[in-house]
Write a protein that binds this ligand. Structure first.
Ligand code: HEC
Length: 154
């Protein structure tokens, strides 16, 4: 192999890593009309994430209702939290992941992780106040992320 060819191959390799890394951090985004970062997705991808969002809200609703009961059903609450845990995140396709900015991915993953931790906490019989604290640390992230990002179907 000629040295020039090797050099070209190395440059191409570094460039590919660089572009890949750039997308990994920045995703596919532009600034939206309201100043939030707009993540550009295919319509079906956007539908999929929004459906996931609605499941998250249903889980939060279910958990708060559970906590409000005089006799909460721990098994049902555990299942509610578990349903939106890391298992749900594992289903997200790599093509969607590639379009999401890094902080978005980190915040999203942290919610799924904390829902599993909340399910474990219910099994450990943590108090309702402790469970509420876990939940509020998550809802703070729901609102922080909604303030930062929005979706656009391409
Ligand atoms: C990593 C970022 C992020 C996190 C964390 C997040 N969301 Fe969202 N969510 C979004 C974005 C972006 C949208 C779309 C907003 C838009 O396009 O205006 C959205 C939309 C929604 C919607 C609307 C769904 C629809 O059908 O239109 C609901 C409901 C929702 N989120 C609930 C939640 C709840 C509950 C949590 C926390 C448990 C949460 N989200 C956490 C980013 C996030």
């Amino acid at each position: 192999m000629k040295p020039n060819f090797c050099r070209a191959a190395v440059i191409l390799w570094v460039a590919t890593l660089g572009v890949g890394g750039w997308f990994f951090v920045k995703g596919v985004t532009k600034t939206g009309s309201d100043g939030r970062v707009e993540i550009i997705l295919a319509a079906a991808e956007r539908d999929q994430i929004l459906a996931e969002m609605r499941s998250l809200l249903k889980a939060v609703d279910g958990l708060i209702r559970g906590l409000g009961e005089p006799n909460p059903d721990p098994r049902q609450m555990e299942a509610t939290a578990r349903a939106v845990g890391m298992n749900m995140a594992a289903d997200t396709e790599p093509t969607i992941m590639a379009k999401l900015p890094l902080p978005f991915k980190q915040m999203g993953m942290s919610i799924h992780k904390d829902m599993d931790a909340l399910a474990d906490a219910i099994v450990r019989h943590e108090t309702s106040q402790q469970i509420l604290q876990r939940l509020s640390s998550m809802t703070a992230r729901c609102t922080a992320c909604h303030d930062m990002y929005r979706f656009k179907a391409s």
